[in-house]
Design a protein around this ligand. Structure first.
Ligand SMILES: Cc1cc2nc3c(=O)[nH]c(=O)nc-3n(C[C@H](O)[C@H](O)[C@H](O)COP(=O)(O)OP(=O)(O)OC[C@H]3O[C@@H](n4cnc5c(N)ncnc54)[C@H](O)[C@@H]3O)c2cc1C
Length: 418
């Protein structure tokens, strides 16, 4: 079967990889001159299999008013004259219930553990170089009440397959000496040895190399403009390089996914949640963390990727323009003052393709030859291989290893009819 994958970010490439492994002829269409140059470029680098709880939860709503007043709040809202933004916010607020957050967490954990097994198989099989490390993750709490709540969650997470330990402040510093400057404000930490990290952009390049070596085509510098259909069948894609045709089409345009299918009557509840990162060189005299660290209160993540430190965080509901933000630098300097030569940092910003509930949108559409693989939000690198395998299994008509429940278009839109 010929399959056209629309979008050359980590999600599209992982789907292309899984489809190519099944023997399909695959082509990836991408508007940039290379793959992985948008949201998959300099993200947090966390393969965060056990930390998938959605942003929408019962504890979030009371925090929003004070966050709105702070420049360094982890979630910021800049209202725009954009109906899609307001609609997304309303659906987000409706998803902030205990029941919905638990349901979403369970579903995401299943998909994340599935993705972890596929990532481990990928690493074993492909010997790809992407600064991959199985170095564990330590979530550091500065609020004792938040730490107590996290400790109470340990048993629940363990029943779903997580192996985690609660550590005192001293145990946190013993495990990761680079935390010593942060020690006075640490109440405790939760350590998960089974978490991984890697460079998402290098992972994209590795997938491109593997795919090209196996005959896949890359149509770069090619802008997708419109899906052409006849009744309920997609007949082709109108692009800047002419009309492209295939037997099946996989939509993986990240935050740009909704506009392409809107003319077909498909509404995808995806809105860009802007995030920021810094990449800092780590030299021999520096004291930078080796294991992945999450500062729970500030929602900032730190990952060691080879001889660099990647810092990522913040979530801005602020439209589609990606521009950098200075607050991460102040935070990093305060947390890890000896981590790097801060004058050599590389700032970046990207648009998470976020859904209100925090679940990706996967699977079939009313157009049987169009499949959706989008809306992975803050977990696109973590979930890419699991989602890609689901897409390949759906294309082959195989039974899925993980249930699609909660990820389908119908449910993403709150159970309404199309
Ligand atoms: C600050 C930050 C930190 C993050 N940290 C992590 C993390 O630690 N772990 C994790 O798992 N995830 C993380 N994420 C989320 C992750 O980066 C995203 O979920 C993921 O990159 C989304 O991949 P994608 O392929 O869907 O989107 P993209 O990477 O944006 O790919 C979509 C592609 O479609 C192309 N495209 C769009 N429109 C068109 C068009 N009209 N024609 C042709 N091509 C088009 C784009 O050029 C782009 O290359 C983070 C995100 C941010 C912003």
């Amino acid at each position: 079967m010929n399959v056209l994958v629309l979008g050359g970010g980590v999600v599209g490439l992982a789907a292309a990889y899984c489809l190519a492994r099944d023997g399909h002829e695959v082509a990836v269409v991408e508007r940039n001159h290379g793959v992985g140059l948008e949201t998959s470029y300099a993200n947090g680098g966390q393969l965060s299999y056990s930390y998938v709880a959605p942003l929408a939860g019962p504890g979030v709503l009371p925090k929003i008013p004070p966050w709105l007043l702070r420049r360094d709040a982890p979630l910021r809202f800049r209202p725009a004259l954009d109906w899609q933004q307001w609609r997304w916010c309303l659906e987000f607020v409706l998803a902030c219930t205990r029941r919905q957050a638990d349901l979403t967490t369970r579903r995401l954990l299943r998909l994340a553990y599935y993705s972890r097994s596929l990532m481990h198989r990928f690493v074993e099989r492909e010997h790809a170089e992407f600064d991959y490390a199985q170095n564990g993750k330590l979530v550091v709490h500065s609020d004792p009440r938040a730490f107590d709540a996290a400790r109470r969650l340990l048993d629940y997470q363990a029943s779903l397959g997580s192996e985690q330990q609660a550590l005192s402040a001293d145990e946190c510093v013993a495990l990761e000496p680079a935390l010593r400057a942060m020690r006075p404000r640490i109440a405790g930490g939760i350590y998960t040895p089974s978490e991984d990290a890697g460079d998402c952009y290098k992972f994209c390049l590795a997938l491109e190399r593997i795919l090209s070596a196996n005959g896949a085509q890359f149509l770069l510098d090619t802008e997708i403009r419109r899906l052409l259909h006849w009744r309920d069948r997609i007949m082709g894609v109108e692009t800047s390089a002419g009309v492209l045709e295939a037997d099946r089409y996989v939509l993986a345009l990240g935050a740009a996914s909704p506009w392409l299918v809107r003319p077909l009557g498909i509404r995808l509840p995806i809105y860009p949640l802007k995030g920021y990162s810094l990449t800092l060189p780590v030299g021999p005299g520096h004291l930078a963390p080796r294991i992945s660290i999450t500062d729970f209160k500030k929602k900032t993540v730190y990952a060691r990727l080879g001889d660099e430190l990647r810092v990522a965080g913040m979530a801005d509901l602020a439209g589609h323009r990606p521009d950098p933000d200075p607050t991460l630098l102040d935070e990093t300097r305060a947390a890890f003052p000896e981590a790097s030569d801060f004058s050599r940092l590389r700032p970046w910003c990207g648009l998470r393709p976020a859904t209100p509930k925090g679940t990706p949108i996967l699977g079939l559409t009313p157009y049987p030859n169009l499949l959706l693989d989008c809306g992975q939000g803050a977990l696109g690198f973590t979930l890419a291989l699991g989602c890609g395998r689901v897409i390949a299994d759906l294309a082959a008509g195989r039974t899925l290893d993980v249930p699609l429940e909660g990820f389908e278009l119908r449910e993403a839109r709150g159970g309404h009819r199309l």
